[in-house]
Ligand binder design. Structure first.
Ligand code: COA
Length: 175
């Protein structure tokens, strides 16, 4: 078992060798190896790498987003501001843990790290939700963490992914 306090996070840069990473999903492996750097340079998504004893064990890419809540969802969050069509969010654009290290709590700890990281900046730039287009087979994993399935019709038509949100107020005391 890995002691997550010994895991180090680094912003993606060319100095890191990501070629051996294998999470078992070719699209995500391919993104990290071939696209993540140009996404970062073009400010489309920022990638963080997670290392344990110099070995790359996971990565996470994030970008700015906005979330449409339906009427009931807004009511539930007590968000009644007029003309507020969408709520500020950060998208978990890509997320994976190397096969060798899956099912040991690393993914959950990376999500916790991500919540803390976003919260740390949320006083400078308001953000309320983390969003993700989850693989259908991962929906239960995200639900366990506290993500909910988005109900607005904008999101319910997606075929291969399930649009989900995490309320950052889950991690802090509500005002
Ligand atoms: C999704 C992913 C990032 C999760 O990472 P992870 O490190 O395996 O996550 P965790 O270990 O925290 O949790 C995964 C499962 O292992 C279980 N688990 C955690 N610690 C465990 C332990 N010590 N022993 C046994 N099971 C454990 C969790 O309960 C969870 O169960 P669930 O899948 O039934 O919900 C990883 O599986 C992955 O990279 N998959 C391929 C790419 C992918 O699908 N990315 C997400 C796209 S939406």
């Amino acid at each position: 078992m890995i002691d997550f306090s010994k895991v180090v996070s680094e912003r993606l840069s060319r100095i890191y060798n990501v070629s051996k990473f294998d999470c078992g999903d070719s699209d995500l492996n391919d993104f990290l190896k071939n696209d993540a750097f140009s996404y970062q340079q073009k400010k489309l998504a920022t990638t963080f790498l997670f290392f344990y004893e110099q070995e790359l064990i996971g990565f996470l890419s994030v970008s700015a987003d906005s979330l449409k809540l339906n009427f009931e969802e807004k009511k539930g969050y007590n968000i009644h501001q007029k003309r507020l069509e969408e709520v500020p969010a950060i998208k978990l654009a890509r997320f994976a843990v190397d096969k060798k290290y899956q099912k040991q709590g690393i993914g959950t700890n990376i999500l916790k790290w991500c919540v803390g990281y976003i919260l740390a900046y949320s006083d400078l730039m308001a953000v309320r939700f983390i969003t993700i287009d989850a693989y259908t087979e991962r929906v239960e994993f995200y639900k366990k963490f506290g993500f909910l399935v988005n109900q607005d019709k904008r999101y319910t038509k997606k075929d291969h992914h399930v649009s989900m949100r995490y309320d950052l107020f889950n991690a802090v005391s509500k005002p």
